[in-house]
Design a protein around this ligand. Structure first.
Ligand code: NCD
Ligand code: ZN
Length: 393
């Protein structure tokens, strides 16, 4: 019978061979620690940016809602952004010039007097939309763009479009007058998996629109997939895309593993890490067709933490810090100003904003729950280190 001796290399007793091995492993261990603490840190530190000054940015995708909550929400955007493109999906959607004018007035009343901010209004497309209102509203500079939601694709989209070809006459006019079409790019067919809805939209809806109206200016809003990144990169300057901070920072595991996180639930839904990586790589290219659109979309805490929770993330208070964190992690700070403050303005034919903001790297634990009356809002990155202090300069 063969005698078996098991040797544990870490507990070697008095064996001289085992002792040498132990010493070698210890030295290796110490060297590794030294390397990571010292050399690697120096290597990283040469790339980490600790402060950056940029032109006052624009938020090209914002949900401000209406009523009491407006006053609570608007200052978080108007403090640092010069302008925002305001989504029209109120409970009663914006489908007339007068509605847009009075909604704009309500927003303006909610801006603190010391903030320099301009809201830019959009028109909500339905099956009934008439070209005349849209063209008049654009010529009168009331509407900057039209927003397309397919029917029931997301929050407040029950008046959205059910047959896209009904709108082709509208698209033809928009193409002629140079009015941008902002698209929530997801199909609504129940047979299509929620994680695949954006990719299907490209083939089924986006491509036919692009083929029929090649000169129509399109914003593919809040893109979330590698297919959408690829689609933008392989097309011309008539189609651009906004990217949210949550889709750059998180993947679906962050939302679903170790307990469901309703405050990370939005539409389009967070995707797998392959897609998140594609978005993070997109912002490192110098492609001018990606820009900032936070999709800040507040819902009260009770509506988020519910058996049937609403889609939408209230990210206005921390979005800029979140974008800065991602650009810094990707060593892409040289593209940060273009993404935040130049590319969107250029696409919409607007001058860049006057003034600047400065971001300084600093440990800041963001603890502000935002409440007024019965409205409790849980902002994106609550209780997290948001890493950047921002000041208007
Ligand atoms: C938005 C909302 O709540 O209005 N929700 C969201 O999850 N992003 C609508 C939208 O942009 O889809
Ligand atoms: Zn939105």
């Amino acid at each position: 019978m063969v005698e078996r001796r098991t040797v544990n290399p870490y507990v070697t007793g008095s064996s001289p061979v085992g002792g040498a091995k132990f010493l070698f492993l210890m030295l290796l261990f110490i060297f590794n620690i030294f390397y990571y603490l010292f050399f690697d840190e120096i290597r990283l530190m040469t790339k980490i940016i600790t402060s950056i000054k940029i032109r006052r940015p624009d938020d090209c995708h914002v949900h401000f809602r209406d009523g009491n909550i407006l006053k609570l929400i608007v200052p978080y955007t108007s403090k640092f952004f010069g302008r925002a493109i305001i989504m029209p999906n109120l409970i009663k959607p914006i489908i007339s010039i007068n509605q847009a004018i009075s909604y704009r007035k309500r927003i303006i009343r909610a801006i603190p007097s010391e903030h320099l901010f301009t809201p830019l209004m959009t028109f909500y497309l339905t099956d009934m939309s008439e070209t005349k209102i849209i063209e008049d509203g654009f010529n009168q500079k009331v509407f900057i763009a039209c927003k397309l939601y397919l029917n029931k694709v997301t929050t407040n989209s029950k008046y959205g479009v059910s047959n896209i070809t009904n709108l082709y006459p509208v698209f033809s006019t928009m193409e002629r007058i140079g009015m941008p079409l902002l698209i929530h790019g997801e199909v609504t067919n129940n047979n299509i998996d929620i994680f695949d809805r954006e990719a299907y939209f490209i083939d089924q809806i986006m491509e036919p629109i692009r083929n029929n109206f090649p000169n129509l200016k399109i914003v593919f809003e809040h893109i979330t997939t590698k297919e959408a990144v690829q689609y933008i990169l392989s097309n011309n300057e008539n189609i651009v895309a906004t990217i949210t901070p949550q889709h750059l920072m998180f993947n679906r595991n962050h939302m679903l593993v170790n307990g469901i996180k309703p405050h990370l639930y939005c539409l389009p839904i967070l995707k797998s890490n392959i897609h998140r990586t594609a978005l993070r790589e997109a912002i490192t290219t110098d492609c001018k067709r990606f820009f900032l659109g936070t999709d800040t979309a507040p819902h009260t805490q009770n509506k988020k933490e519910s058996a049937c929770g609403c889609a939408g993330i209230f990210n206005a208070p921390t979005a800029l810090a979140a974008y800065a964190t991602v650009f810094n992690e990707m060593n892409a700070m040289e593209n940060f100003e273009a993404f935040c403050s130049l590319n969107g303005a250029k696409f919409y034919g607007l001058p860049v904003n006057n003034g600047f903001i400065e971001l300084k790297r600093k440990k800041i634990i963001f603890n502000n729950k935002i409440s007024k009356d019965k409205n409790n809002l849980i902002p994106f990155l609550l209780h997290k280190n948001i890493k950047w202090e921002i000041n208007v300069i």
